[in-house]
Ligand binder design. Structure first.
Ligand SMILES: NC(=O)c1ccc[n+]([C@@H]2O[C@H](COP(=O)([O-])OP(=O)(O)OC[C@H]3O[C@@H](n4cnc5c(N)ncnc54)[C@H](O)[C@@H]3O)[C@@H](O)[C@H]2O)c1
Length: 252
């Protein structure tokens, strides 16, 4: 099994280290924006690439994106011709043309497009219940700095559909996109974003009402400095393990 990893930031590095140390698969390449800054990762050979076309030409068995939504838009449809694809930047699918291209490529090749649960929990249960779900409201509270806004930003900075919030805050609302994809879609899911000065945590509150049930999911994770919280690298490794290694107890 050969794996290509896109992005050597918080999540990409965690996945790279896990795959290399566990030996569960072979890292075929690590695609970075600047190869000169990524020499620490290389062990000789041609592991580090900074050319997306060269990466795609390697036709890895599984490509894992941990960079930007733009990488999903530009690379996933082509990669899916030969590879499974796992996207942490799933806000990319709020663009209807990108979602359609991904679905068409997957249908044509029979390859899978994986949406990892990332910073949130319970995508499986939401997916199973989606035909009976009436409403989903997701509220994310972060510091202005984490949202790419002035540090003193305060209060509601977005209230609308998940489709629109993905365009406004693509790096911060992957939780919203994953829940919309699992549940009732980008247009019927409501997103709110609140800025709170000095907040160290990324806080997500998900309220779901269905026919005969209500669910509340609270997920707070200390920011690691960028857009990602303390839990997500571990969650990312768990998702990669479930894709690659199905021995032992498998949660379904
Ligand atoms: N699904 C979730 O719940 C969830 C949670 C946290 C983060 N994310 C998303 O996952 C992605 C990665 O998160 P992170 O914390 O590791 O981000 P990060 O900022 O730490 O790392 C991203 C890396 O991608 C690199 N990059 C940018 N453009 C590139 C390109 N064209 N080719 C190759 N590399 C490129 C950057 O140089 C950087 O090293 C982000 O889009 C983030 O929004 C998703």
């Amino acid at each position: 099994m050969r794996i290509g990893i896109i992005g050597a930031g918080t999540i990409g590095k965690a996945i790279f280290s896990y795959v290399r140390s566990s030996g569960v698969a072979e890292v075929d390449y690590l695609l970075v924006s600047d190869a000169k800054k990524a020499r620490d990762f290389d062990t000789g050979g041609s592991l580090i690439l900074d050319d997306a076309d060269a990466a795609l030409a390697r036709k890895a068995d599984l490509v894992i994106e941990a960079a930007m939504a733009e990488n999903v838009r530009t690379m996933a449809p082509a990669a899916l011709q030969h590879s499974d694809f796992c996207a942490f930047s799933c806000t990319a699918l709020a663009d209807p043309a990108t979602e359609a291209a991904i679905l068409a490529a997957s249908a044509a090749s029979g390859r899978s497009f994986y949406v990892p649960h990332g910073a949130v929990l319970a995508l499986d249960g939401i997916r199973d219940g989606r035909d009976l779900i009436d409403s989903v409201v997701i509220t994310t509270t972060k510091s202005g700095k984490s949202l790419g806004l002035p540090e003193d930003s305060e209060g509601v900075v977005f209230d609308g559909s998940t489709r629109h919030v993905c365009a406004r805050f693509p790096r911060n609302v992957n939780v919203h996109a994953a829940i919309a994809l699992a549940g009732i879609g980008f247009d019927r899911t409501t997103s709110r974003v609140i800025a709170q000065p000095g907040l160290k945590d990324n806080i997500h509150r998900i309220e779901i009402a269905g026919q005969g049930f209500t669910w509340g999911i609270d997920a707070a994770s200390q920011s690691l400095g960028g857009v990602t919280g303390a839990y997500t690298p571990l969650s990312a490794i768990g998702s990669v393990r479930r894709i690659l290694d199905r021995r032992g107890i498998v949660f379904a």
